[in-house]
Design a protein around this ligand. Structure first.
Ligand code: V1D
Ligand code: ZN
Length: 383
């Protein structure tokens, strides 16, 4: 495991924001991940000699308008729960539907999330880090002029725009259970950014991301969608991830990479429908790290908070190449050190996300005699 210079961006205020009662998105998970990462013995993670820890400067409105409209950014900087209805024309503009509430501190939350990803891009642009991490980033649904899917400011698009000032070609990889539509849309017509998203497709938010969507004009062939079905397992995922990424790296030859590590693709996620273990999810980080191309790791979805913290802690270790000290190879998940949220990890208190026995629908053989409209489920039952 050769060394990598790693930068870790974290703002201790991020965990205090809440989307409101009953909303599945919990910024508190970022705090839990940080507490777990901090709980490992000194030489391991945050005090590892190759890791530099930053509290990133908050992104400014001006930085955000590199992608978003002035009107939308100005709106986000002043909207409150009280003024939301009036300022959005009863939810018809900017914040559509119940997914994207105007919660207390929404503007500060956006500046922290985007500030971390812009800090990461700066470190990579300066050539001072090989890998830069912002678990508060990865908000891939946010659009130019409106919020979507719990995302308000698209920190990923902002970071990629910054990288493009230095690097000729940027690769974006997205392993969130939901299609990375906001990032794909932003770069759909350029050949300087390749977007590659692995996601559940079929009666699932946001509904985009079919294999046929491959980019437009100069960007044709520079958007890649891998639509998947319920129950995706570690083996299935690896069998499609590795060959697709090998080919992209050989043909596109990216000069920088951003990996969105949405953790709702883990087994048992509250909103997800895949069956990845912590190691299966982290395989993407380890796989990409090996190519020694400047790499940014970002967060994303993830709604079973204890498993989000486990995955992002383990992936921080993968970035440093010390994951086998946290979970000895071949052994079951290692007992985790005592930490602020220890009781959340019961009853085994281990650094593990184990798979369940749900069927991997991706393994069903599509029956060619069925017309394509039928979902594989139907054809299997038809006698
Ligand atoms: C009108 N249609 C119904 C809406 C819809 O189905 N939205 C998805 C949104 C799921 C967002 C997933 C976000 C993400 O995980 O991809 C993410 C978040 C940050 O980075 N990535 C959704 N909302 C919820 C939800 C919202 C509020 C309360 C409870 C809920 F279950 C679950 N799933 C749209
Ligand atoms: Zn998601």
């Amino acid at each position: 495991m050769s060394k990598r210079r790693v930068s870790y961006f974290y703002d201790p205020d991020v965990g205090s924001y809440t989307y409101g009662l009953g909303h599945p998105m919990k910024p508190h998970r970022i705090l839990m991940a940080h507490e777990l990462i901090s709980s490992y013995p000194s030489h391991l993670l945050l005090s590892h000699p190759s890791l530099t820890h930053f509290r990133p400067p908050r992104a400014s409105a001006q930085q955000m308008t590199a992608f978003h409209t002035d009107e939308y950014v100005h709106f986000l900087s002043r909207v409150t729960p009280e003024t939301m209805d009036e300022l959005t024309g009863r939810g018809t503009q900017f914040l559509v539907g119940d997914d994207n509430p105007a919660f207390e501190g929404i503007w500060e939350f956006c500046t922290i999330s985007a500030g971390g990803s812009l800090g990461a891009a700066k470190r990579i642009n300066e050539g001072r880090s090989d890998i830069a991490i912002n678990w508060a980033g990865g908000l891939h649904h946010a659009k130019k002029r409106e919020a979507s899917g719990f995302c308000y400011i698209n920190d990923i698009v902002l970071a990629i725009l910054d990288l493009l000032r230095v690097f000729p070609r940027v690769l974006y990889v997205d392993i969130d259970c939901h299609h990375g539509d906001g990032v794909e849309e932003a770069f759909y017509t350029t050949d300087r950014v390749m977007t590659c998203s692995f996601h559940k497709y079929g009666e699932y938010f946001p509904g985009t991301g079919t294999q046929e969507d491959r980019g437009r004009g100069k960007g044709r062939g520079y958007a890649l969608n891998v639509p998947l079905k319920d129950g995706m397992s570690d083996e299935t995922f690896k069998s499609v991830f590795d060959p697709v990424l090998e080919r992209i790296l050989a043909v596109f030859r990216p000069s920088a990479i951003i990996l969105q590590c949405g953790a709702d693709s883990l087994s048992g996620d509250k909103l997800g429908c895949f069956n990845l273990t912590m190691q299966g999810h982290a395989h993407c980080t380890s796989f990409l790290r090996k190519f020694n191309i400047p790499l940014i790791l970002l967060g994303g979805g993830g709604y079973t908070v204890k498993n989000v913290a486990r995955a992002w802690c383990y992936e921080t270790a993968c970035a440093l190449g010390v994951q086998h000290e946290l979970v000895p190879e071949g052994e079951e998940g290692g007992m985790m050190p005592w930490n602020e949220y220890f009781e959340w990890f019961g009853p085994r208190y281990r650094l593990e996300v184990v798979k369940n026995n749900m069927e991997d629908v991706n393994l069903r053989i599509a029956d060619p005699s069925q017309d394509s409209e039928d979902s594989p489920e139907n054809s299997t039952h038809r006698i």
